[in-house]
Design a protein around this ligand. Structure first.
Ligand SMILES: *Cc1c(COP(=O)(O)O)cnc(C)c1O
Length: 219
């Protein structure tokens, strides 16, 4: 199927209120432009270097989301234009983003990435750490960022009950933090599990291969 057909199918499966982040990592600028031309404005990349190469070649009104693990020493390369960093998994990183955003006189949107999966390989904060960081933000410690929500990735498994339980755990934390001060975004769900994520309360999904096709890492 073509990218256009894939895109229309995904859009058709998402309720109106759910934001789609089109995950374009490993795919060429031409494919991103094709999806942009269909009306998509929000794209996600997971590596600073790849984003840095693609950014100058694409329309400036794209809202770029960084969704992959970010090292503090690389924040400076994207601070001028990144719309949202979804993968904030330490207070040190939060401080660095706040500092670099300040240099450009702007505010960067942040999602706190919370570890909900059982796998050791997945990054993320513990629920308690996320809560402390959100409280510090609400106390005004990070004036150049806006913590707008939470992000989580479920375990890579066929067991839908497990995936559901993990998403529900994150929804619970979202509701708890939302009581302190309203949050906008609960980012959960990828190509294979976004319907479950939406069922569990996600209002933003990160979909890559279901739009762009399989990623070929051999090239
Ligand atoms: C690659 C990636 C996605 C998209 O994955 P697909 O299965 O291709 O939809 C979503 N979120 C994160 C954090 C990713 O790294």
């Amino acid at each position: 199927m073509s990218i256009q057909e894939n895109y229309n199918i995904i859009k058709g499966r998402l309720p109106q209120y759910v934001e789609l982040v089109a995950v374009s990592k490993t795919h060429p600028v031409s494919a991103i432009q094709e999806v942009y031309d269909l009306g998509q404005k929000v794209f996600g990349e997971n590596k600073v270097q790849e984003l840095t190469e693609k950014y100058p070649l694409l329309p400036k009104d794209i809202k770029w989301h960084l969704i992959g693990h970010l090292q503090t020493n690389k924040v400076k390369y994207i601070a001028e234009y990144i719309d949202t960093i979804q993968s904030v998994d330490s207070e040190k990183l939060l401080r660095e983003i706040n500092k670099e955003a300040g240099k450009h006189n702007r505010k960067i949107n942040i999602l706190l990435q919370v570890k909900i999966a059982k796998e050791e390989t997945k990054f993320g904060l513990e629920a308690g750490e996320a809560k402390i960081m959100y409280e510090k933000f609400l106390n005004g410690e990070f004036p150049n960022i806006a913590i707008t929500g939470l992000m989580g990735m479920a375990t890579f498994t066929e067991d839908e009950n497990q995936i559901k339980q993990e998403f529900l755990n994150l929804k619970k934390l979202f509701d708890e933090l939302n009581q302190l001060n309203p949050l906008e975004t609960l980012s959960m769900g990828m190509s294979d599990d976004f319907p479950i994520a939406i069922e569990c309360g996600a209002n933003s999904v990160r979909v890559g291969s279901a739009i762009f096709g399989r990623r070929d890492y051999s090239k």
